[in-house]
Ligand binder design. Structure first.
Ligand SMILES: [Zn+2]
Length: 58
């Protein structure tokens, strides 16, 4: 039995991450998001557009 097994391969997990609000993919912290990390909800421009609630015109 190896204690190293268990899914953790020793990669540095120091950077914060969270899931995209649209596709659910994990987003890893980027330097460009440093200032607005709290407001980042989408992994890409595409998701950001898709994630915007569309106003349903009646
Ligand atoms: Zn996404």
């Amino acid at each position: 039995m190896s204690p190293e097994r268990g899914g953790f391969r020793g990669n540095k997990q120091s950077l914060p991450s969270k899931a995209c609000a649209v596709c659910g993919r994990p987003m890893t912290w980027r330097k460009s998001w440093a200032k607005n990390w709290d407001s980042v909800k989408y992994c890409s421009e595409r998701c950001r557009r898709d994630g915007k609630p569309r106003v349903v015109k009646k």
